[in-house]
Design a protein around this ligand. Structure first.
Ligand SMILES: Cc1cc2nc3c(=O)[nH]c(=O)nc-3n(C[C@H](O)[C@H](O)[C@H](O)COP(=O)(O)OP(=O)(O)OC[C@H]3O[C@@H](n4cnc5c(N)ncnc54)[C@H](O)[C@@H]3O)c2cc1C
Length: 424
């Protein structure tokens, strides 16, 4: 990176922290500007009357290699911080996909063959379809939705496996979600080597998983961290840039797409228009308490439909010592946002009581409902996402930047590293 000595990173989410860490490791003088009072962005810890909760339960998978490497770089003991289990999407009544340790492809095939409750013809249909996807390199018509991709499969396969996987991975309902991106996620989970499909469930609050250790690492390495500082303007000055008047050789825009569009509206209107055109899908997390609760698995799938909002339940006692606390995740939550958080919370508790009743021990009491209206971009077929490079010395990072992944921690971290590489 011959010409950049000082770099401003605007935004301290996971993409900004990845960019700041990369740039600091490359010997640059780095300033991180974050408008919130804490780092972490959409994957952060929030204080709920003294109880440290996350803004939403996050799941990582073994294929998140760059996220795991970044956590290690800043001193996180990944084996302690994350509970690693083979992929399991199990429902309370005992059905579900349960992969065993081993080569992911073989483990997936065996898990489908063992799937309790599916007919032989349903299993054969999924296995032959999955083989066809593998033979065609996990590619399909760019215009297809996941619903279209899976339209010939039996309803049980779609409802019990593909639709929950789709909404968990892309946060986009199957009837709107890009089949191309869905197949790419499946390919990376199944073909990136041993353990790539494993679930990695946080045992720590999100703040401790990356933002806090990254802040300590950056401060020790001499980077400057400015919290509660919203950047108002980014202006060119010769080959350099002024960030609210302060001069930097280069700038990484690692803020939200809407803020990146605002900051580039004058200098790069086409890029700004593309960033502004993204649409979003919400995620709602309902936290509830039942003393003595212990779920059979720390993460369980739930049957969701128009009356039952949540697709997954997490036992935070089993995961991170918050005994008696459950988190219910409602992805692809636009319809429930429309109904309001009181209705959503009541429907979630009724769903949980009915589905998990025998495991609860006592009645569930709502603790908090967190709605993230712009949780992720809507990952639709043929979506054009803005590129990393904007202008010389001005680059962008974030889960919404063009790349192979949907809006995920891994997409954010990869984009942060790529943004710094693009400055050279
Ligand atoms: C509820 C929920 C659940 C999720 N679950 C999962 C999951 O299970 N697995 C997974 O991989 N991903 C999940 N995601 C997605 C994941 O959290 C995001 O992809 C990732 O956090 C995005 O990081 P980012 O750095 O790109 O963006 P952000 O986290 O949005 O970071 C942008 C930062 O820029 C700051 N900022 C904005 N404007 C300015 C400005 N003008 N000046 C200074 N700072 C500014 C913001 O405050 C923010 O901190 C989930 C997201 C949500 C909301």
């Amino acid at each position: 990176m011959p010409f950049a000595h000082s770099v401003a990173v605007i935004g301290g989410g996971w993409a900004g922290l990845a960019a700041a860490t990369s740039a600091t490791a490359a010997g640059l003088r780095v300033s991180v500007h974050e408008m919130a009072p804490q780092l972490g962005g959409r994957a952060r810890t929030i204080d709920s009357h003294g109880l440290p909760l996350d803004n939403g339960q996050h799941i990582l998978i073994g294929a998140y290699t760059e996220t795991l490497a970044l956590m290690r770089t800043v001193g996180v003991d990944v084996s302690q911080a994350l509970l690693r289990t083979p992929l399991r999407i199990c429902y309370p009544e005992g059905s579900g996909l349960q992969m065993r340790p081993g080569a992911p492809v073989l483990a997936f095939l065996a898990a489908v063959a063992r799937y309790p409750g599916w007919s032989l013809s349903a299993k054969a249909a999924l296995l032959s379809t999955a083989s066809r996807w593998a033979l065609t390199g996990f590619r399909c018509d760019e215009t297809w939705t996941v619903e279209r991709l899976a339209s010939h499969l039996p309803p049980a396969v779609r409802q019990d496996l593909l639709e929950p996987l789709c909404v968990a991975a892309l946060n986009t309902p199957a009837n709107q979600a890009s089949a191309t991106v869905f197949l790419r996620v499946l390919r990376d989970a199944l073909f990136s080597g041993p353990g790539s499909a494993d679930l990695l469930l946080p045992r720590l609050r999100l703040g401790e998983l990356l933002p806090d250790p990254a802040a300590r690492w950056l401060a020790q390495a001499g980077a400057k961290l400015h919290l509660s500082r919203r950047v108002e303007s980014v202006q060119p000055e010769g080959t350099a840039w002024r960030v609210d008047g302060e001069r930097f050789d280069a700038v990484v825009l690692a803020c939200s797409a809407a803020e990146a569009a605002r900051l580039t509206a004058d200098v790069a209107p086409d890029w700004a228009a593309q960033a502004r055109s993204l649409q979003y899908e919400p995620i709602i997390t309902v936290y509830a308490r039942a003393s003595g609760v212990r779920l059979p698995d720390p993460m369980m799938a739930l049957h969701a439909d128009a009356a039952r909002p949540a697709q997954f339940a997490f036992d935070l006692g089993a995961l991170c010592g918050l005994d008696g606390l459950l988190a219910f995740v409602i992805s692809g939550a636009a319809a429930w946002v429309g109904r309001g958080s009181d209705v959503t919370q009541t429907a979630t508790l009724a769903q949980a009581q009915q589905a998990l009743g025998s495991h609860l021990g006592s009645e569930l009491v709502a603790v908090r409902c967190v709605t993230e209206k712009r949780a992720t971009f809507l990952c639709t077929p043929g979506l054009q996402r803005p590129p990393t490079r904007i202008l010389p010395g001005l680059v962008a990072a974030g889960d919404f930047i063009d790349g192979p992944y949907p809006a995920t921690l891994e997409g954010a971290v990869r984009s942060g590293h790529l943004a710094v590489e693009a400055l050279s």
